[in-house]
Ligand binder design. Structure first.
Ligand SMILES: Cc1cc2nc3c(=O)[nH]c(=O)nc-3n(C[C@H](O)[C@H](O)[C@H](O)COP(=O)(O)OP(=O)(O)OC[C@H]3O[C@@H](n4cnc5c(N)ncnc54)[C@H](O)[C@@H]3O)c2cc1C
Length: 412
């Protein structure tokens, strides 16, 4: 049986970033059920992040704003945004991991068993041994499903494609807008070049992994309207899940990326969160491997280090609100109103870059655009006690801070 230090199941952004960071220190095997270097996702990110993490060569287009529309509102979120060639990003990481000595194979993870202080991983083809298994199988993780580890989850269900079309006459924009249909579908436009655009429709759902194919009819109608002569050259789609797991690690196994619920609540930015967190993750894993402390407790601490509890509490408020926005009378109006109220600082929500000061300001602005009476009717019943508690806590903190600042000013 071939022996490795670490086996990584799944060659999406989580598996491959981990493979790049860890392959210069450990003997790594990556197994991927699809052709490695391909994905059906599309990614927008930020100029500073792609530079910092050295994937600039995969950038296809650049924008200085994202346009959000709701039935009565428009918000232009100013930021240095980029659209990435999704397959190229993965291929870059594969090249780097292989250069460091990693083995990457097209095989499907089937199951695992504990043996000799590590795990034996069974694929459709073979069996391999490693001291640590990183589960980076995304929302389809067989281990998360096997142990029923999901505590709570919300989903953006997405169906779309890369569309080749005539050269656009007006400059294209990176945007999200509602179709105002009974299902509250939203459209995402990620322009790829002058003649190619990633277009998808998505819907928000609670407690489901969703069925993207169910959105095919709405997508086909949308494309017929936008690009009647367009041709779909690649399928896109999937489900972006956010929420919480009962456990983020088991003995000798840790979840990273979508399998570990790393996507921020209420915002489909899982790729960006992986970019932001993969080096911290790899540092924690390196230490645990060197100390040979691969028990559940130590690995759970590594998973916890990727999450700030106050940020999670605030994200849960936004998660609860965004699910409500799509069902509310104004459909999405509340959300875009809040983005407008945050003005130049709205981008920190999309980036998931929160300071406590920002969280406090965002809570007060939320109260400003949505009266408290409406807030209570907005939040799903099962989330109500927790979300109200967080809202109250952040509001008191914010109000206290406003008073303190005022007193400081008057004194000084
Ligand atoms: C259409 C779409 C648009 C998106 N847009 C953005 C965006 O603009 N910005 C952003 O930040 N995020 C975006 N996201 C979210 C982002 O793509 C995900 O959060 C991210 O891909 C999660 O990465 P991951 O590696 O954890 O999981 P995945 O990307 O799902 O990768 C998991 C990998 O594991 C493999 N796998 C699964 N089961 C097995 C098995 N049994 N054996 C072997 N391999 C297996 C899968 O084939 C897959 O390659 C988008 C998602 C979609 C679907």
């Amino acid at each position: 049986m071939e022996k490795y230090d670490i086996i990584i199941a799944g060659a999406g952004p989580a598996g491959l970033t981990a493979a790049v960071e860890l392959s210069n220190k450990f003997k790594i095997l990556v197994i991927e059920r699809r052709k490695p270097g391909t994905t059906s996702c599309t990614w927008y990110s930020y100029a500073d992040r792609v530079k910092k993490y050295n994937i600039e060569e995969a950038v296809t287009t650049r924008f200085d704003e994202i346009k959000f529309t709701s039935p009565s509102q428009t918000h232009y979120m100013k930021d240095d945004c980029v659209i990435l060639n999704h397959n190229k990003v993965l291929q870059l990481w594969i090249e780097r991991a292989r250069k460091n000595g990693a083995t990457i194979r097209k095989e499907t993870f089937m199951d695992y068993a504990y043996k000799d202080g590590g795990v034996v991983v069974k694929t459709g083809e073979d069996e391999y041994f490693a001291r640590l298994l990183i589960d980076a199988m995304g929302t389809g993780s067989k281990i998360v499903a096997k142990y029923d580890l999901i505590k709570r989850h919300d989903a953006w269900v997405i169906y779309g494609g890369l569309i080749r079309h005539e050269k656009l006459e007006t400059p294209y924009v990176l945007e999200y807008y509602p179709l105002n249909d009974v299902d509250n579908s939203y459209v995402g436009i990620h322009p790829y070049s002058e003649t190619e655009t990633n277009i998808y429709v998505f819907q928000g759902r609670s407690n489901t992994m969703g069925k993207p194919a169910e959105l095919k009819g709405i997508f086909d109608k949308t494309i017929q309207k936008l690009h009647p002569n367009g041709k779909k050259i690649q399928n896109l789609g999937g489900t972006i899940v956010s929420g919480a797991l009962k456990k983020y690690a088991l003995d000798n196994i840790i979840f990273f990326g979508a399998s570990g619920m790393l996507n921020p609540d209420g915002c489909g930015m899982g790729f960006n969160e992986i970019l932001k967190q993969h080096q911290t993750f790899a540092k924690g894993i390196t230490k645990a491997m060197k100390n040979n402390t691969l028990d559940q407790k130590t690995l759970s601490k590594i998973a916890d280090s990727l999450r700030d509890q106050e940020v999670l509490n605030f994200q849960k408020i936004i998660g609860a609100f965004s699910l409500y926005f799509i069902k509310s009378k104004g459909k999405w109006d509340g959300g875009v109103k809040w983005l407008n109220a945050m003005d130049g600082e709205s981008k920190y929500w999309m980036r998931n870059e929160f300071t406590m000061e920002w969280i406090m300001k965002a809570t007060l602005r939320l109260h400003k655009v949505i009266p408290i009476k409406e807030t209570i009717s907005m939040i799903p019943m099962d989330n109500l006690p927790f979300v109200l508690e967080q809202l109250a806590r952040f509001s008191v903190k914010a109000a206290t801070s406003v008073v303190k600042n005022k007193m400081k000013k008057e004194a000084g």
